[in-house]
Write a protein that binds this ligand. Structure first.
Ligand code: PSU
Ligand code: MN
Length: 300
């Protein structure tokens, strides 16, 4: 189901940005989660684009969730599932409720003709992947879906070097926004450099259109958080160590790993990581709106 506003915008070739909901339902604590979702939608609108927040309610995929629908999806007692690309059809077939990850969201976006989305940090290769084989399906989704994702790099809980190697192998284009330093999610700079950068949203749109001429894969537009908004380096190190310890003690695996690590980051930092996460995802939503606008201009 596509909301009237999103349907009209798509029919008229206007700019639309898909927003994921796993960050709202499984990634951020209440009540700031819904506040952040609203601020992301507002940031997309401020850039002149229409937000299309994606989720599944009662087995119906909704592109352009209303505030009430999003609130329902985030209600803890609903126990909405975390839907990667492979899960969306299953939730539909079984009539269930779920929030979409980046992988789930790009699958839906591509199907309805939306080619830009925003998130906080892309999923990737977990640091224990040599044993656990835990690598986010966000990577493989982008390897087969021609959608541009604006993110502050990949989450800093991950093995960033290994993730960049996998993005290379999978043919996912990686482009820095006004930088050739790969962002580090809560931190401005991950310490890894990247080959390509664009100077503005129009250039990002032009590069994406050119990319689509030669590849059926996605593009990660890596947007670093402003330096004065990043999490303190020492606090980041200590929170990370604590998060790994908590995950190890609890024995979490699979789709629970990322939410548990982010929750311990929030607890350990006394909520600071949550404010940083809010700031970066809003900045990404704003940039995604600008890129979607430039794309719609280029295509008109
Ligand atoms: N960015 C955030 N917070 C999040 C996520 C991204 O700032 O919670 C979510 C996205 O939905 C992403 C998911 O697709 O985390 C990755 O989960 P996993 O590592 O289980 O694939
Ligand atoms: Mn995983």
């Amino acid at each position: 189901m596509i909301s009237d506003e999103v349907r009209t915008a798509l029919d008229e070739g206007r700019a639309v940005v898909a927003l994921e909901t796993t960050i709202v339902v499984h990634g951020l604590p209440a009540p700031i989660n819904l506040e952040v979702a609203g601020l992301c939608e507002a940031a997309v609108r401020a850039s002149g684009a229409v937000p299309a927040t994606v989720g599944v309610l009662d087995g119906r995929v909704i592109v352009g969730l209303s505030d009430a629908e999003l609130e329902l999806l985030a209600t803890p007692s609903l126990d909405a599932a975390k839907l990667s690309a492979r899960d969306v059809g299953l939730a539909v077939g079984l009539g269930r409720d779920g929030a979409t990850t980046v992988a789930g969201t790009v699958a839906v976006a591509n199907r309805v003709g939306i080619s830009v989305m925003a998130t906080g940090g892309l999923g990737g290769v977990h640091r224990d992947a040599q044993q656990s084989f835990d690598e986010s399906a966000d990577l493989t989704a982008l390897s087969r879906t021609p959608v541009l994702v604006v993110a502050s790099g990949v989450k800093s809980i991950l093995d960033i070097g290994a993730t960049l190697e996998r993005l290379d192998t999978l043919g996912v284009a990686v482009v820095g926004y006004q930088t050739t330093q790969f962002p580090g999610f809560y931190r401005t700079d991950s310490g890894f450099s990247i080959d390509w950068s664009v100077a503005n949203a129009a250039e990002a749109a032009a590069v994406f259109l050119a990319h689509l001429e030669f590849s059926a894969t996605g593009l990660l537009l890596a947007n670093p958080l402003a330096e004065d908004q990043q999490l303190d380096a020492q606090l980041h190190e200590r929170a990370l160590a604590s998060a790994f310890e908590v995950a190890r003690t609890q024995g979490v695996t699979g789709k629970d790993v990322t939410p548990v690590l982010l929750a311990e980051f929030a607890r350990f930092s006394g909520g600071l990581s949550v404010s940083v996460n809010r700031d970066l995802v809003i900045a990404n939503a704003r940039l995604a709106g600008e890129v979607a606008g430039a794309l719609s201009t280029a295509l008109s």
